[in-house]
Every structure is written in C-alpha cells, then in structure tokens.
Design a protein around this ligand. Structure first.
Ligand code: PA5
Length: 480
C-alpha cells in the first residue's frame, strides 16, 4: 500500500514572493552548464551600476511607473466607479489591446474566481468582465451578440487614442449605444481612458463630454496596469485594487534598495548572464496555476516589447536578447516539456509557483489495491500540481537545463501586485544591462504604416505603393 508522503521539502516562500535560483548554478547543473560562483559574484558590481543609473533616472522623473503603487487619486476614482457600477451593470467590457488590455486580463483571471463570468449575479455580486483585444469579427461579434447594452459598461482604453483595433471597436460600440440607448445615455455607459491631453480619442471625449480617466505621462502601455488602465475596470468587477497596490508598493520599496538583495535586480541579472554568457536566448515563463496563465501573456509582452531592440542607446547595433515564451504547468508538461528537456539548449525555464491554493480538492483514497493509483489517494490536487513542478524543475536540472522559480505563498492581491511590480522593474533593469531602451517599441510601427496605407488613410499612400511593389503582392510563390 502507498505511504502518505509529506512535502519532500519546505520551499522557501517569502511573505509575498521568493526567488529560488539554485537550479541555475553550476553546482546543480554541472560544470560549464550553469552559472559559476564567479559569475554570480561578478553580478554584484554590474547590478550596483544599474541601480545607480536607474535610481538617478527615477529621481529625474523618467520612470513614473515606479510611483504608481502609492498614487491615490486614481484609486479613489476607481473605487467611485466601482460603487456606481456595481448595482447598475451586469457587464464591464474593456476595448483595448496590448498594454491596454493584458494587465487587466491577467489580474482579473488571477484574483476573481476562474468561473466569475459564469456565476449568477447573486453569487458573483459584481459585473462580469470581458476584455476585447482582437478585431476578429467572429470573436467580437460573439461578444456583442451576448450583451444587453442597457446593463453594459464599456471602457475604451488607448493611451495614444489612435490604435486602429481599439478605435474600430469604439466606433462600432459608440454607434450601437447611440442607436439603442440614445446619445444622452452614452455618458453613463462609457468611460474613456487615454492620454490626458493628446490624441483624437481625447479630443472626441472632450467634445462629447464622455467620462474620462488619464493614462499618466511617461507610463507606457505595458507598464500601465496600476494606472486607471487596470485599476478602473478591475475595481468595477470586484478586485481588491487597494491590496494590489499595497503589494506593488512593497515591491517598489524593495526594488529601491541596493542589489543584490533585491529580487527585481537579481531576476534581471541572472537572466542577463544566462543570455549573454550561456547563450540561453529563450525564457519559458511557466506558471503552475490556471489563475496565473494570463500573467504569462502579460509578462511576455512586457519582456519582449521592452527588450527586443536592434540598437543600443549609443546607436550601435544590438543582436542580443532573451525572448519570453509562455507555457502552463502541468498542461504543457504533456506537450512542450520534451523539447525543454532534450531539445535545443537555448532555453531557461522560469517556473511561477504557488505554495498554497485557494481551493483544496482531495483525491479520495480509493482503488488501493491498484499500485498504479494507490499513491494518489490521500493527496490533494494542489500537492500533485506542486510535486509535479518540483519534479520537473529537478529533472531539468539533472539534465543540465537551467531553471528558476518565482514562488508566491498564495495568489492574493498583494502577492500579485508584488510580482507584477517586481517584473516591471526587472524589465527596466534588463534594458539597462543590455544597454537598450526598454520603454519604446519602434519595431511595431512599420507594419501599422502598411496597414494604414492599405486601408487608405490620408498621408500613407506611399506605403500602399511600396506594398504593391513587394513580392507578396505579385503572388509569385504561392502554392494553391
Ligand atoms: O505597451 C505598449 O505600449 C503597447 O502594447 C500598447 O499598449 C498597445 O500598442 C496599445 O496602445 P494604445 O494604448 O495606445 O492603444
């Protein structure tokens, strides 16, 4: 009969987040595979220099995202909206994309029950949330079909106020609201979150008297989850945004402290070393919790849009970067893990674990006569999930594959706030280490310009002509 096994080791879980990097070291992975003692000691001066630069930039006001956790005006506005919307609306629909959507989706999935939108009004006691990122007519059409506009609140979010996808959705919704509820009712059903001064969305909002909230100057989309971009819709669906901010404030306080005893800097530094010294150019970000799956999407955008740059700050070419990809434990143990274990060696795996889950589901001690099943009975699903994470981390290490673990004691507003702020700071630290600008995204512009040209936007006909001259439009290499 199988013995009931206690946790094989107590993981070192801090109050909000811990960073375990044992499995990145040579000691765990073997000589030449992992980071040696000298590599890790060498990080100290590198991170101290980054810290000096970043603190100086912060003091000059160049990194305003670092002050968001202690900003109170937006919190007040978000709470007010939540109070107003709770009784009045069944649905909150966010229209936004990229940094204007991913943080909200990630926090909502993590902090509301996973079946929030399917619960009855009485059980959920807050409106549902739908985040419309894509412009697929089938996806957007399906959302529209299920909505009663009378009980729906729309939050259009675009910092630039010009993003084609969000603006198209806005135009469709504005038109439908106007026809269904009449122009005067729109103000109660629409909130616009955009730049405080610039952009056509701000202009229209001012002209039409829409409710608005600002995206503060100097805060880019992927760093904006703790502005009105995230706080307003999240408060409206019952997320404890006060605690979310409190966790983020603690992370920021810690990140202002000098490295190396600083998780944001250490996370950035270790990944930088793996990329530059060990040619580990892929970071597989792998939460072991369904509630954190969208955090991997949010992180993917943060890391990739920030760190994928072909020039250094001094204009010289850059060819080094670490691409983040997402996976989900345990699901992807059964689809991708084989590649991480034995395939090409460019990967580091970052596990995101949760020490204790909000639900306990026991596996009943039945079928004891079958050795293949007897060991499962008496454990719970959270234990199974965590033992699988621990087992996978160890197996990767024994195979010489570097991995590290971010461990949350539980998924709570404060631990999530801590995690997200830590990863945002880590992104800026990484930018500093690579010598690139992590706050811009010039690489996404050209594709947009071709799209504008194809859609006939004034001033972009040159892109249409350029497109027509391209090989693709000659349809030469197409197999039908
Ligand atoms: O992180 C970013 O800056 C981008 O992903 C933007 O958030 C995204 O392109 C949407 O832009 P906007 O908010 O201007 O509509």
């Amino acid at each position: 009969m199988a013995e009931k096994v206690k946790k094989p080791l107590k993981e070192e879980s801090d109050e909000l987040l811990s960073l375990d990097y044992n499995n990145l070291t040579e000691e765990a992975l073997g000589e030449g595979k992992g980071l040696g003692a000298a590599d890790i000691t060498g990080l100290k001066p590198l991170l101290s220099a980054a810290h000096k630069d970043i603190e100086a930039r912060y003091k000059k006001g160049e990194l305003p995202f670092m002050d968001l956790p202690v900003e109170t005006e937006t919190l007040k506005a978000a709470r007010k909206l939540a109070e107003f919307g709770r009784k009045k609306f069944e649905n909150v629909v966010v229209l936004g994309i990229g940094g204007s959507a991913l943080g909200t989706s990630a926090v909502f999935q993590a902090l509301r029950p996973l079946n929030h939108n399917d619960l009855t009004h009485q059980k959920r006691s807050w409106p549902r949330l739908t985040v419309c990122e894509n412009v697929d007519p089938e996806g957007f059409g399906a959302v529209l079909e299920g909505l009663d506009l009378k009980t729906t609140f729309f939050n259009v979010i675009s910092k630039s106020g010009t993003t084609a996808e969000t603006m198209s959705q806005f135009m469709i919704i504005y038109d439908q609201l106007q026809r269904t509820l009449g122009r005067s009712a729109i103000k109660d059903h629409l909130l616009v979150t955009t730049d405080p001064e610039k952009g056509v969305l701000r202009k229209i909002s001012n002209e039409m008297g829409f409710q608005t909230l600002p995206v503060p100057n100097g805060v880019g989309g992927r760093f904006s989850v703790l502005t009105a971009v995230g706080l307003a819709p999240l408060a409206m669906v019952g997320v404890n945004v006060t605690e979310l901010l409190a966790g983020a404030a603690k992370a920021q306080e810690d990140a202002h402290k000098p490295p190396p005893m600083n998780k944001a800097y250490l996370f950035a530094g270790l990944n930088y070393l793996l990329t530059t010294e060990k040619k580990r150019s892929l970071l597989v970000f792998m939460p072991y919790a369904d509630s954190l799956a969208r955090v991997a999407d949010w992180f993917g955008q943060l890391w990739n849009e920030s760190l994928g740059k072909n020039v250094h700050l001094d204009g010289t070419p850059n060819t080094v970067a670490q691409t983040a990809v997402k996976a989900l434990g345990v699901t992807d143990q059964h689809s991708q893990l084989q590649m991480y274990m034995e395939g090409s060696e460019e990967k580091t795996v970052c596990f995101l674990g949760v020490d204790s889950f909000r639900h306990v589901i026991n596996i009943p001690p039945i079928f004891k006569e079958h050795e293949e099943l007897a060991y499962l009975g008496g454990h719970n699903l959270g234990e199974l999930l965590n033992f699988e994470r621990l087992g996978t981390a160890r197996a990767l290490a024994e195979n010489g594959r570097p991995n590290l673990t971010l461990l949350m004691p539980k998924v709570s507003p404060s631990s999530l706030g801590y995690l997200m702020q830590t990863l945002e700071v880590a992104t800026v630290v990484s930018g500093n280490l690579y010598g690139i600008d992590p706050l811009n995204q010039p690489g996404v512009e050209l594709g947009k310009q071709f799209t504008y040209g194809l859609l006939g936007r004034d001033g972009y006909s040159g892109f249409k002509e350029r497109f027509s001259k391209g090989l693709a439009s000659k349809k030469k290499y197409i197999l039908r």
